[in-house]
Design a protein around this ligand. Structure first.
Ligand code: HEC
Ligand code: HEC
Length: 351
């Protein structure tokens, strides 16, 4: 009976809206549960905050596990992943560092963003208490609270970010600057004079580029040291050199584009978000030196896991399923032929 009533109610709703707003008579009204699932925004006045609490210490631990691989242990940012701390006093410089501490106006934006979008690739997997704890840790990383600070629904709006006053309502309608100008909308300039060209402006800073190239050059030999210094695999003998299929390697190189955000191969390979993948075939798990693996992968190393074709195939199908707790945020390769090609490609970097 209840079900029947609610169907009737939706029917009436649709009919009314059809009459007033010109509906196409398709679909149905969203249920309250569906609306609630989308309605997760948190506002500067605290509206929308879930009940919960978390402190800096708890946040630091979660951050190290779930966020630091991209944002750094101290929220300082790894490689080109976003920096989340520091940058004080840089807003008026040529290269402002815009972070939660230096730039963001409201703490609610931090909570909302993390809750909605992070960890990258695994959005909305955090519980409210975890988001409170992470937000508390991000305040600490920006020197805005002490290490014993706890953030909760109750004290949330009492926290103010330093740059709040740097934001104000759009006042162009009233501003004298705006009014005085007679804005031209047609044939505004008779003759155009080119005063500068992008090439001349040269927006790429030379120093940084040179420094990066120098760093890459000095680190390249290290990558080879790493490969030769690795312990021999325990569970399986090293694969015999076999003739590889060039066409398949080419296909695999294409698939490898999906891994490139985090992994490098080849002579100049360096550890990035993920470890170097040279010589990975037949290698023991979690042995690339200088890379900080998750506890989960280190444990598999202890168990003697070797990256055989078969193990790699299962891992790459669904990394999180094969290694529960891995920090490799990658959904997996569904197509078998992609995995086969990719493994052939990795073999070409393992001989
Ligand atoms: C796999 C890498 C990765 C992981 C892991 C990750 N993030 Fe991010 N994060 C990003 C990227 C990429 C962006 C920029 C996204 C964009 O601009 O669309 C970002 C943006 C952010 C921003 C906004 C930065 C800004 O100034 O705009 C915050 C805050 C943030 N992440 C917090 C977190 C937290 C907290 C976690 C852990 C729960 C986390 N991230 C995990 C990659 C990551
Ligand atoms: C978003 C970043 C990211 C992407 C994309 C990614 N990986 Fe990873 N990968 C990682 C991280 C981080 C680890 C370390 C995992 C750990 O410690 O739990 C890892 C670990 C691995 C390992 C184990 C290495 C070892 O030394 O034991 C292999 C193999 C691997 N990745 C292959 C791939 C391949 C192939 C792809 C593309 C299909 C890929 N990954 C895509 C981040 C990534």
């Amino acid at each position: 009976m209840l079900k029947f009533l609610s169907v009737l109610a939706i029917g009436t709703l649709l009919l009314t809206s059809a009459a007033t707003a010109g509906s196409f008579n398709i679909g149905r009204a969203a249920t309250p549960a569906e609306v609630a699932a989308w309605n997760i925004d948190v506002r500067p006045d605290g509206q929308g905050l879930p009940a919960g609490r978390g402190n800096v210490e708890q946040g630091e631990e979660i951050f190290a596990e779930r966020c630091a691989v991209c944002h750094g242990d101290f929220a300082e940012g790894v490689d080109r992943w976003p920096v989340l701390s520091g940058g004080d006093g840089t807003l008026t410089s040529d290269r402002p560092v815009k972070t939660i501490g230096s730039y963001w106006p409201y703490l609610s934006t931090v909570f909302d963003y993390v809750n909605r979008a992070m960890p990258f690739g695994e959005a909305q997997s955090l519980k409210p208490d975890e988001v409170y704890a992470i937000t508390a840790f991000l305040l600490y990383a920006n020197d805005l609270v002490e290490d014993d600070f706890e953030l909760s629904q109750e004290n949330f709006t009492s926290v103010r970010l330093p740059n709040e006053d740097g934001f104000y309502m759009d006042d162009r309608e009233e501003s004298p600057v705006f009014k005085k100008r007679d804005i031209c909308m047609k044939d505004c300039k008779a003759d155009v004079k080119i005063t500068a060209r992008a090439q001349v402006l040269d927006v790429t800073p030379e120093e940084t580029k040179a420094a990066e190239e120098a760093a890459a050059a000095t680190e390249a030999p290290k990558a080879e040291d790493v490969a030769s210094a690795e312990p021999a695999p325990v569970a399986e003998p090293a694969p015999e050199p076999v003739a590889l299929d060039d066409a398949l390697i080419k296909k695999g190189a294409k698939v490898f584009k999906k891994c490139k955000a985090c992994h490098q191969v080849g002579e100049k390979a360096k550890n990035k978000v993920g470890p170097i993948l040279n010589d990975i075939i037949g290698q023991q798990a979690a042995v690339v030196s200088g890379f900080k693996y998750s506890k989960a992968l280190k444990k598999l190393n202890g168990d003697g896991l070797v990256w055989s074709d078969e193990n790699l195939d299962v891992f790459l199908t669904k990394p999180k399923k094969f290694v529960k707790g891995t920090k490799m945020t990658f959904a997996g390769l569904k197509k078998e032929k992609d995995r086969v090609a990719l493994i052939e490609f990795l073999k070409s970097h393992s001989q």
